[in-house]
Design a protein around this ligand. Structure first.
Ligand SMILES: Cc1cc2nc3c(=O)[nH]c(=O)nc-3n(C[C@H](O)[C@H](O)[C@H](O)COP(=O)(O)OP(=O)(O)OC[C@H]3O[C@@H](n4cnc5c(N)ncnc54)[C@H](O)[C@@H]3O)c2cc1C
Length: 418
């Protein structure tokens, strides 16, 4: 049976970064990454953006060139899904029958797309957008597709809709809530994105559920909505979130929570098991709510990976990065910084009708988060407001002519970037 000092499960953003960061921190023991997908680690964000649009090839989105893994002596065990974990014995088994022992395990498995809870979800032509194979399958069907229905108005659904309408498809977004991005953003941003999509020809249906998917035997042909309408569809994209991929850890004794709960060093309650990335739930220093949350972002995956690598190298540097995220739709670059959950007021800087503005979320006068659309300076300077726990004057905050860095508490201004 093979033994490895560090076993990383999941060859995505977090797993790949953890291995690279371990070597950067001069870790000289053995490292193996077990990954369910057969590809070397690649960037996931372009899947609903440039890769789907055909502007980037798969080689363009590899996280590191193939030679990196061999030159850094990081063993890649790809096409293997970990199905069994014995935490006490430090032992895992994979679906292909491989058995491994480890010193420390880093669980970095992300999540699996939520399935539609109605009939028809298994029909051909129904897709999720989570991995390269999903998008390659979609792309191969595009030539025969005229009507696309996107179920779910979150970031991934909206990005896919933006690409597909640019590719000349007739796109409808169906969202059960009364606004898009309801889980992650305030009303102003939701209204802005619904308007932008409609102005580009997307049919955005809010407050509408899906009753079932309709097919002609094997293939999807339409989506039956809760209001009785049947939308024609040769392709359906389901973007209704993910379920953290943690079943083998549950079977090994992990408590039933939202993903793997971890402490400030990303340690789980299982011995010598860390968890990072989309599957890990932590109490974030910048959250107004003190409950463990899972962040689904490249920033979180990379920064948690670095915390674990440093911990293993003997450095106790707790996770305290300010959360950030981006989304590209059409010519609109959204950059989000901080966590808006629990805000009690909102200030809008600039005019959404001009396509460049920021939404600032506050709680009891303190800045919690910003959503910045084509407003990179607000994004950069807003981060400092969050870090400094600033309580700026609201009149000044709402004036886009006032630089955000001028609203920092005195003493912090000199450090703020332009
Ligand atoms: C289409 C799309 C667009 C996105 N756009 C953005 C964006 O614009 N900005 C942003 O910040 N974030 C974006 N994200 C989110 C970001 O990509 C994720 O937060 C990030 O990939 C999380 O990294 P991870 O390593 O935790 O999970 P993943 O990157 O999902 O990697 C997990 C890997 O583990 C594998 N795995 C699962 N279970 C097992 C098992 N039992 N054994 C072995 N392997 C296993 C999976 O197959 C997968 O390869 C996007 C995500 C998607 C899907």
């Amino acid at each position: 049976m093979q033994h490895t000092d560090i076993l990383i499960v999941g060859a995505g953003h977090a797993g790949a970064q953890a291995a690279a960061a371990l070597r950067q921190n001069k870790f000289s023991g053995s490292i193996a990454i077990v990954g369910e997908e057969t590809e070397l680690p690649y960037e996931r964000p372009p899947l609903s953006k440039e890769y789907l649009l055909g502007r980037k090839t798969f080689d363009n989105i590899l996280l590191r060139p193939a030679g990196f893994w061999t030159s850094h002596e990081i063993q890649m065990l790809l096409g293997h899904r970990v199905v069994g974990v014995d935490a006490a014995e430090h032992h895992v088994t994979t679906s292909a029958g491989l058995a491994l022992t480890y010193g420390v395990m880093i669980w970095a498995t992300g999540g699996a797309p939520r399935r539609l809870p109605c009939a028809g979800g298994e029909l051909c032509g129904v897709h999720s957008v989570r991995n390269r194979m999903d998008v390659d399958r979609m792309t191969s069907e595009l030539a025969d597709t005229r009507n696309v229905v996107v179920i779910g108005g979150g970031y991934i659904g909206l990005e896919a809709a933006a690409v597909l309408v640019q590719l000349g498809k007739l796109v409808t977004i169906v969202e059960v809530q009364d606004r898009v991005l309801a889980r992650v953003a305030g009303q102003c941003l939701s209204d802005f994105y619904a308007r932008e999509h409609r102005s580009r020809g997307v049919d955005v249906r809010l407050g509408t559920g899906v009753d079932r998917l309709v097919g002609n035997g094997a293939r999807v042909t339409g989506v039956a909505l809760s209001d009785g309408t049947v939308l024609p569809a040769e392709m359906v994209i389901v973007g209704i979130g993910i379920q953290p991929a943690v079943e083998p850890l549950r079977a090994a004794g992990l408590p039933e929570t939202n993903g793997v709960e971890v402490d400030e060093f990303c340690r789980s309650v299982l011995p010598d098991v860390f968890a990072i990335g989309d599957c890990a739930a932590h109490v974030n220093k910048y959250s107004a709510q003190s409950l463990p949350i899972r962040l689904e972002s490249v920033q979180n995956a990379n920064d948690q990976a670095k915390v674990v690598a440093r911990f293993i190298a003997g450095e106790r540097a707790s996770y305290d990065a300010v959360p950030w995220f981006w989304s590209d739709q059409y010519d609109l670059k959204l950059q989000t910084v901080g966590l808006s959950g629990g805000h009690d007021s909102v200030v809008v800087r600039g005019d959404p009708a001009q396509g460049s503005f920021s939404v600032v979320y506050l709680k009891q006068g303190r800045v919690l988060a910003l959503d910045c659309v084509n407003a990179v300076r607000d994004y950069v300077q807003g981060k400092a407001l969050i870090q400094q726990r600033a309580e700026p004057d609201v009149a000044a905050l709402s004036d886009p002519a006032v630089k955000l860095k001028s609203l920092l508490p005195s003493g912090a201004i000199a450090q703020a970037k332009d």
